[in-house]
Design a protein around this ligand. Structure first.
Ligand code: FAD
Length: 396
C-alpha cells in the first residue's frame, strides 16, 4: 500500500550504485515513492567481483532479495591466506556448514554487475520507484517540510527528503559533513576478470585465496556460479585519482610482485588489461544527516576494501534507514538521526578495522612472522569468534 498517494513528494536519491538502488527498494517496500538520479547514461557497475559476508544476507533477507542475489553467486568452501614468498598456508577458514551454523547465513562472492543488476531489476519492478539516468545532482536546498534538488542544466525537483548515495567523492557530503577530500591510503588495487577457460586448470580454486606479500596482496576467487574468475592485486603507491576505472600499467604491477611464488606470477601473467582503483577512505564521523538530508554507503563511511564490506554496509544502511523512516514518517529529521545513530559505531568500526587488516595483509619481516604465529594455530571456531562482531550483525 503506497503511503505517498496524498500529494506527498517522493524521496530523492542521488546516485544509482549499489547503495542508491538498495535504498530505493527498501524505502519502496515500506510504501514510499522514490526518484533515483544517476549521473551516468546508464545504471551499471564496473566489471569486478565482490565478496558478501553473512551480514549482507541478514539485511537482504529482510527486504526479500537474498535468494535473487545468491542465484548468480558462487559459494566458496573456504577462505585461505598464504605467504606469497614461500607459498605456505598461514590460515584457512571454512565457509561451509560450520560457518552457516555459526552465523545463520552463507558467505558468497559475486560479480558487481550481477548484484547491481538484481537491485536494478527489483527497482524496475516497483511502481513506486522512478529511475532516471544522465541526471546529475548539482545542489540542494532545505525547507521546513521539503527539499529542492537542482539537477545539471538547472532543473529544480521537489522531494520530501534527499539521500546522498553518491559514493566516495560525494558532493552532498561536502555540504553536510564538510571534511574535504577522501584520505589517500597509499594503496592501489589492480583488478581483472577472466573466463574460467582462461585460468590454467591447476591454478583454478573454488576458495577465496589471499596471497599475503610484503606491501602487496593478491586475491582470487570464482564468480557467477563459477563461470568467471576474479583477480585483485594490491600494492603500495602514492597515486591519487578520483574514480576507479583507469587502465593500470603492468610494469608497475610487476615491480611490486617480482620474487613471489610461481602460482602468483603465473596467474598475474594471464592478465592482458588491468583496471585500477586508487584506494581511499575517510575518518569515521558520528553525524552525516542534517534536517531532511542524509548520506548512505560510501558517501557516509567510505572504507578500504580489506574487510570486503563497503557494499555490505551500504545494504545494511538501506534496510535500517527504511525501518527508521517507516517508524516516524512524519518526522524525517528524527528518522535520519535515529538511522545515523544506529549505524555510526558499526560502520566506524569497520572503517577502522579495515585499515588494520590492510596492515596485517601487507606485513613484512618480523611483523609477518608475528602474523603467522597469531593465525597459525587458530581453530575455525576461534576464527569465527574473531569476526563475529562484523558477521553477526547488524543488531539494530
Ligand atoms: C578494490 C575494491 C574491492 C571491494 N570489494 C568489496 C567487497 O568484496 N565487498 C563489499 O561489500 N564491498 C567491497 N568494496 C566496496 C564497495 O565497492 C563500495 O563500498 C560500494 O560499491 C559503494 O556503493 P555506493 O552505492 O555507496 O557508491 P558507488 O558505488 O560509488 O555509487 C555512487 C553512484 O553515484 C553516482 N553519482 C555520483 N555523484 C553523483 C551526482 N552528483 N548525481 C548523480 N549521481 C551521482 C555515481 O555515478 C555512482 O553510480 C570494494 C571496493 C574496492 C575499491
Amino acid at each position: 500500500m503506497a503511503r505517498d498517494d496524498k500529494n506527498s513528494a517522493p524521496f530523492l536519491i542521488s546516485g544509482g550504485g549499489i547503495g542508491g538502488l538498495v535504498a530505493a527498494f527498501a524505502l519502496a517496500r515500506q510504501g514510499f515513492a522514490v526518484r533515483v538520479f544517476e549521473q551516468s547514461p546508464e545504471f551499471r557497475e564496473v566489471g569486478a567481483g565482490i565478496q558478501l559476508g553473512p551480514n549482507i544476507f541478514r539485511a537482504l533477507e529482510k527486504i526479500g532479495l537474498k535468494d535473487a542475489v545468491l542465484a548468480d553467486a558462487h559459494r566458496p568452501p573456504a577462505q585461505e591466506m598464504r605467504d606469497a614468498l614461500t607459498g605456505k598456508l598461514i590460515t584457512q577458514v571454512p565457509l561451509g556448514p560450520a560457518f552457516f551454523e555459526r552465523f545463520g547465513q552463507p558467505y558468497a562472492v559475486t560479480h558487481r554487475a550481477d548484484i547491481h543488476g538484481t537491485f536494478l531489476k527489483a527497482c524496475q519492478g516497483s511502481p513506486l520507484i522512478t529511475l532516471e539516468t544522465s541526471r546529475r545532482v548539482d545542489g540542494f536546498e532545505q525547507h521546513a517540510d521539503h527539499v529542492i534538488v537542482t539537477l545539471e542544466g538547472g532543473e529544480r525537483v521537489e522531494g520530501r527528503a534527499l539521500i546522498g548515495c553518491d559514493g566516495m567523492w560525494s558532493g552532498i557530503r561536502e555540504r553536510i559533513v564538510g571534511d574535504g577530500k577522501p584520505r589517500v591510503s597509499g594503496h592501489i588495487a589492480y583488478r581483472a576478470v577472466l573466463k574460467r577457460s582462461e585460468v590454467p586448470e591447476d591454478l583454478w580454486r573454488p576458495d577465496v585465496v589471499l596471497w599475503a606479500g610484503p606491501r602487496t596482496h593478491f586475491v582470487h576467487y570464482p564468480l557467477r556460479r563459477g563461470e568467471l574468475y576474479n583477480l585483485v592485486a594490491v600494492f603500495h603507491s602514492d597515486r591519487y585519482e578520483e574514480g576507479w576505472n583507469e587502465v593500470g600499467s603492468a610494469e608497475l604491477l610487476w615491480e611490486h610482485f617480482k620474487g613471489q611464488v610461481p602460482e602468483v606470477l603465473r596467474m598475474l601473467e594471464r592478465i592482458e588489461t588491468w583496471r585500477m582503483w586508487v584506494l581511499c577512505d575517510r575518518e569515521p564521523v558520528k553525524e552525516w544527516s542534517k534536517g531532511r538530508v542524509t548520506l548512505l554507503g560510501d558517501a557516509a563511511h567510505p572504507m578500504l576494501q580489506y574487510l570486503a564490506q563497503g557494499a555490505c554496509m551500504a545494504t545494511e544502511d538501506a534496510v535500517v534507514l527504511a525501518e527508521k523512516v517507516a517508524a516516524t514518517p512524519n518526522d524525517l529529521p528524527a528518522a535520519f538521526k535515529a538511522y545515523e545513530q544506529a549505524r555510526y559505531l558499526r560502520t566506524g568500526r569497520t572503517q577502522v578495522m579495515a585499515r588494520v587488516y590492510g596492515e596485517f595483509y601487507h606485513a613484512r619481516g618480523v611483523t609477518a612472522e608475528l602474523r603467522e604465529l597469531a593465525l597459525a594455530g587458530r581453530t575455525p571456531q576461534q576464527s569465527y569468534d574473531g569476526i563475529a562482531w562484523l558477521y553477526g550483525g547488524p543488531s539494530a
